[in-house]
Design a protein around this ligand. Structure first.
Ligand code: HEC
Ligand code: HEC
Length: 409
């Protein structure tokens, strides 16, 4: 009696649903066969696509999703695979572009999953073998790294943090920019006034990044003046600006070309958050051996509790010394541990408190030109000096150190 009743119930359910195979062929298979990426690309640049979860047949696809916990058999509309597809809804802006695509995917999957869940035979079919499961080819670490919001974070910490080296000419709407746009066209305004997200979006759609040969990107070669640059030489090979841009461009190229296979291939996590500023440090009367060489300066804050200098630099900058004028001057980049009180405060406004600081100088004897990844360290130390400053921002308000006082202790 009971089994007969159940059979009637199941039959009744199945009767008002088209068979799963039919829904699959009509609605899911076209997604699988389409050369176009799915709505996942709104947020995932690589590593995962809806296609990864689809197998050639309705049955295998259903069992594969079921066995991975992506189907809710009793509540098909609450299945996790639907939630994954629907993720993009919360995200305004970009969401609109993918809206049609996503709605079609949701609709197709919902109908098909409902049809499958109404089929007793499918529900209770034996489990697939692990190697038969259809899932993204990349591990979660790689999927996470290839998300657009993660890319934006690394962009904010690199290219955006170094913007003060370029912005006077390249940010939309500044007086200098307006003049240069008049002479060279809108392309000069590649730093967007709306902020890092808009700037990243522009760069991703521009020809300034070469994802096939990242080191040949105009974004690197123009400021090196390897390709004639209206702004002249703005990068030395291996300086802080070049390193930040180059690492970003290399990483971006690897992401979009799906070159990261396992977690160990990913670049190391940045340990410090970087904040660009218009705070200038000037060293006048620079020692003769510094002439026309790249000098890096690290700034250490005084730790009043421990009565010693902090172990990690709170700021740094670097530039080629103008030998004839015996002059070094550039804008500071500030550093804070992610999540620290400093990092939180600097998100609103990066600034250094009035106080006592130690300025340490490092002289590059040509090693950076040979290897842009090299770092200046103890072996390149050229001297140090104390300075007390409130570190006002602006070209006209530089904090100045006398080069004659920069000595090895
Ligand atoms: C609006 C942005 C957005 C869209 C669209 C989106 N995702 Fe995600 N996805 C995220 C975010 C953010 C995370 C990490 C947070 C989380 O797990 O909720 C994530 C995590 C994931 C993970 C888990 C990896 C991990 O971090 O554990 C998978 C798998 C995944 N998404 C697959 C997909 C698939 C498949 C699609 C398309 C059908 C998709 N996503 C569409 C933003 C999105
Ligand atoms: C003093 C002004 C000035 C500064 C500072 C400057 N540039 Fe430029 N840059 C220009 C001018 C003018 C052009 C347009 C002429 C040309 O293409 O060289 C230009 C063009 C470019 C282009 C090509 C844009 C395009 O779409 O064709 C790139 C890339 C670029 N600069 C990168 C940089 C970077 C990176 C920095 C900072 C490290 C920088 N510039 C600093 C003046 C400047």
């Amino acid at each position: 009696m009971l089994t007969a009743a159940l059979a009637v119930l199941l039959f009744a359910q199945a009767a008002d649903q088209p068979p799963p195979e039919e829904v699959f062929e009509k609605r899911i298979a076209p997604i699988f066969k389409s050369p176009n990426p799915s709505s996942c690309v709104q947020c995932h640049l690589a590593g995962v696509d809806l296609k990864n979860y689809i197998r050639p047949s309705s049955k295998e696809t259903f069992l594969s999703l079921r066995d991975q916990g992506l189907i809710d058999l009793d509540n098909p509309g609450k299945s996790r695979i639907l939630a994954l597809i629907d993720m993009g809804k919360a995200d305004k802006g970009a969401a609109m572009i993918h809206q049609k695509n996503r709605a079609a995917e949701i609709d197709a999957f919902t109908s098909w999953i409902k049809a499958c869940c109404a089929n007793g035979e499918l529900r209770s079919a034996p489990k697939l073998k692990v190697e038969e499961l259809a899932k993204p080819p990349r591990p979660v670490e790689v999927i996470r790294h290839a998300r657009k919001d993660q890319l934006l974070e690394s962009f904010t910490n690199s290219v955006w943090a170094m913007r003060f080296r370029c912005m006077s000419c390249h940010i939309e709407g500044s007086a200098e920019n307006k003049k240069l746009v008049g002479e060279n066209g809108e392309r000069v305004s590649w730093f967007k006034a709306a902020g890092p997200e808009a700037t990243l979006k522009y760069l991703m759609e521009s020809k300034l990044i070469d994802t096939k040969e990242p080191e040949k990107s105009l974004l690197l070669r123009k400021p090196l003046n390897e390709v004639k640059h209206g702004g002249g030489v703005k990068f030395q090979l291996g300086d802080e600006g070049y390193k930040a841009y180059r690492k970003f461009v290399e990483d971006y190229a690897k992401i979009v070309n799906d070159k990261y296979e396992k977690a160990a291939d990913l670049p190391p996590k940045q340990t410090m958050q970087a904040f660009g500023t218009d705070i200038w440090l000037k060293i006048g009367n620079t020692p003769a051996p510094w002439g026309d060489k790249l000098v890096q300066v690290k700034v250490f804050a005084w730790d009043a509790t421990k009565k010693t200098w902090e172990a990690e630099p709170i700021a740094s900058t670097d530039r080629k010394v103008w030998g004839q004028g015996k002059l070094f001057q550039h804008t500071l980049t500030l550093f804070a541990a992610p999540g620290s009180a400093r990092a939180k405060a600097w998100k609103a406004k990066p600034e250094l408190p009035n106080g006592k600081y130690l300025v340490r100088a490092y002289l590059d004897d040509g090693k950076l030109a040979k290897d842009w990844t090299a770092e200046l360290g103890a072996g390149d130390f050229a001297g140090e000096a104390e300075v007390t400053s409130a570190w006002p921002a602006g070209y006209g308000k530089m904090t100045t150190v006398d080069g004659g006082k920069v000595k090895k202790p």
